[in-house]
Design a protein around this ligand. Structure first.
Ligand SMILES: Nc1ncnc2c1ncn2[C@@H]1O[C@H](COP(=O)(O)OP(=O)(O)OP(=O)(O)O)[C@@H](O)[C@H]1O
Length: 609
């Protein structure tokens, strides 16, 4: 099994070629004619460069010999070749742009997004090494495809270089030495570009931080707290500091790259000047025709152009390295994550025994201590289980493990005796429903936002209405201008919802599946007022019992309000990732000095005060 790549793992250069080959195949499939143009047009351009130089030499020498007819014919040929060069050049840029756009938007972008959104677990979205690379790769599909055609451009620039040098060689073989001078700017430029790539990767973290701080500072929701606390200036200071840190490294690298570039071109100009002087001396000695000087000047000018083009394309390729490296790393990560045995066994249609956690531990990547530590408990089929405990005690982590978002670092979770790791993840999720405290805000129409909870029935209006009723959202939906068709964003001509309304939408979404085996409610009412909360819990308790009777479902409710937990069949108290108590409300309050009894007592006293 392939391991997920670690933070510092580098991607071998040869992988670039396989990526380009893959992009070439995609381009061919997407637009064969445009793809063919990327080879035919540059080849014709090389022919036109050589043709125009040879024709000019012919025209000058014929004219000097007094052969008027051939001189005119050569001159017309040179003119045509020059015109063809310009037309082909414009055509080349336009066709390449269209092709790159098509492949980037229609093929590469969906794949990058797909790799982010469809990976089985959540871990990748919480790892800084993954997020750093994502920051670099985001919106970079265009540049990745561009790198393929830049590499192709380098090939044709080299071909043009060889042809032009060959022509110069016919005048004087020493001129072939210009190849060395032509190669130097490429080499110098490479060094500068590599410095830029290194700097961009090294400064990805402060760059991401400044962007996040900027988003935070301009977010209306966070804006309320920022204004009340007066933290705006401090946030702006931190954003500026992160920006300066990121940019200082990048500017230094750019300056170094500019100096390398300057050095390369200075050497080339020297060599180029010396070459021209050599030909002039040679012709003055009578060893060559004036046409040779014209050919040498024409060819040398196009040599400068082809070196310039070659450098430009090489820079593009090297710059794309800063995207290709993290892009391939992300793909390797996604491939390795997919290759991890996803489990193939079908989930049972009905729970008979229930869910068993056996010595389950979980540590977040990079965390110093485990979020869950040796939890063993049986959640009987058909039961309502309440998870209680202080902030950060591991409640959400436990339900995430039940949903198979992460795999336990130790121990097993089993469903009716089958290890959850062996169950087909997609099927298990299809038998689960969940509403989380940090719910998603899908800014589609209200009906779509709820229907997403059960894709095969996403347009089933009766089912959506039932889910709305389950979430006690009927009155709020009825008050919306277009009911279920209301757009959930002012930006799209719809309405903005309050926190509590968004939470009800999330609850309704979680209620779309009629008979899940696992029903998770992770503080699903934190944004609701007390009376809505009470009503919703009563409904969900009734629903839990009703589903339990049909499918043996286990309902897990994470809550900070102990009044909610009292009706559960089993209450689990977590503390610093460990399960410290398990039992019914009556059993736990009866425990002398028990944690639950303590917390329950404090809350009950606060409410009655
Ligand atoms: N993505 C993450 N990466 C690293 N550590 C995390 C992550 N999510 C949670 N933790 C840590 O794991 C521990 C348990 O967190 P968890 O969210 O499970 O607690 P909780 O009991 O649900 O808390 P709350 O009541 O505040 O929701 C905490 O110490 C938390 O800081």
């Amino acid at each position: 099994m392939t391991e997920r790549p670690a933070a510092g793992d580098a991607v071998p250069r040869r992988r670039y070629f396989s990526l380009w080959f893959e992009l070439l195949r995609l381009s061919w499939r997407r637009a064969p004619w445009l793809t063919a143009c990327q080879f035919v047009i540059p080849a014709l351009m090389v022919a036109a460069v050589a043709g125009s130089a040879l024709a000019l030499r012919g025209a000058v020498d014929s004219a000097l010999r007094g052969a008027g007819g051939p001189a005119v014919a050569w001159a017309v040929g040179a003119g045509l070749a020059g015109t063809a060069l310009m037309v082909l050049g414009a055509f080349d840029i336009n066709t390449a742009g269209i092709l790159i756009g098509k492949v980037a938007v229609l093929d590469v972008n969906p794949r990058v997004y797909g790799d982010i959104a469809t990976l089985e677990g959540l871990e990748h979205l919480e790892r800084t090494d993954y997020l750093d690379r994502l920051t670099v790769v985001r919106n970079s599909a265009w540049e990745s495809v561009l790198s393929l055609w830049s590499a192709n451009g380098v090939l044709f620039a080299v071909l043009e270089l060889v042809v032009t040098l060959f022509l110069l060689g016919t005048v004087n073989p020493y001129l072939l030495l210009l190849l060395v001078f032509a190669a130097l700017p490429l080499w110098f430029d490479q060094r500068g570009t590599r410095a830029i790539i290194r700097a961009e990767t090294a400064t990805a973290a402060p760059f991401r931080l400044q962007r996040e701080l900027f988003d935070l500072g301009t977010d209306a929701a966070a804006g309320k707290e920022i204004r009340v606390s007066g933290a705006g200036a401090e946030l702006a200071r931190r954003q500026a500091a992160a920006w300066n840190e990121a940019m200082a490294g990048r500017y230094r690298a750019r300056l170094a790259a500019a100096l390398w570039k300057l050095g390369g071109w200075s050497v080339f100009t020297l060599g180029f000047g010396a070459g021209l002087a050599l030909i002039v001396v040679q012709v003055r000695r009578g060893d060559g025709s004036p046409g040779d000087i014209v050919l040498a000047i024409t060819v040398a000018a196009s040599l400068r152009q082809s070196v310039f083009t070659g450098v430009h394309y090489t820079t593009n390729v090297a710059r794309a390295g800063r995207l290709i490296e993290p892009y391939l790393w992300l793909r390797d990560y996604a491939a390795a994550a997919r290759a991890e045995d996803p489990g193939t066994r079908p989930a049972p249609e009905r729970l008979r025994e229930g869910i068993t956690l056996d010595n389950v531990s979980y540590r977040y990547p990079g965390a110093a201590r485990p979020a869950l530590d040796g939890v063993s408990v049986h959640l009987p089929a058909g039961s309502v289980v309440a998870l209680v405990g202080e902030y950060g005690s591991g409640k959400t982590t436990l339900v995430k493990l039940l949903c198979k978002f992460y795999r336990p670092s130790g121990g097993t979770v089993s469903i009716d005796g089958t290890d959850l790791a062996e169950l087909d993840t997609e099927l298990w999720r299809a038998w689960s429903s969940a509403a989380f405290q940090d719910f998603g805000r899908f800014r589609t129409t209200l009906g779509e936002s709820i229907g997403l909870g059960d894709l095969p029935h996403a347009r089933d209006v009766r089912r959506i209405r039932r889910a709305v009723a389950a979430a006690d959202a009927g009155a709020f939906v009825a008050a919306l201008p277009d009911g279920l068709d209301t757009e959930l964003s002012r930006r799209f001509g719809g309405v903005d919802l309050s926190e509590g309304q968004w939470q009800k939408v999330a609850l309704a979404r979680a209620s779309m599946r009629p008979g899940p085996l696992l029903f998770v409610l992770d503080e699903p009412t934190a944004s609701l007022d007390a009376s809505s909360e009470q009503q919703i819990f009563e409904r969900y308790m009734a629903r839990a019992r009703e589903i339990a009777a049909r499918t043996g479902a286990v309902t897990v409710i994470v809550t900070h309000r102990f009044s909610t937990a009292t009706g559960a069949d089993l209450i689990l108290t977590l503390e610093r990732g460990r399960l410290v108590e398990a039992g019914t409300h009556d059993e736990l309050v009866a425990l002398e000095g028990g944690r639950y009894a303590d917390l329950y007592g404090i809350q009950a006293a606060a409410y009655s005060a």
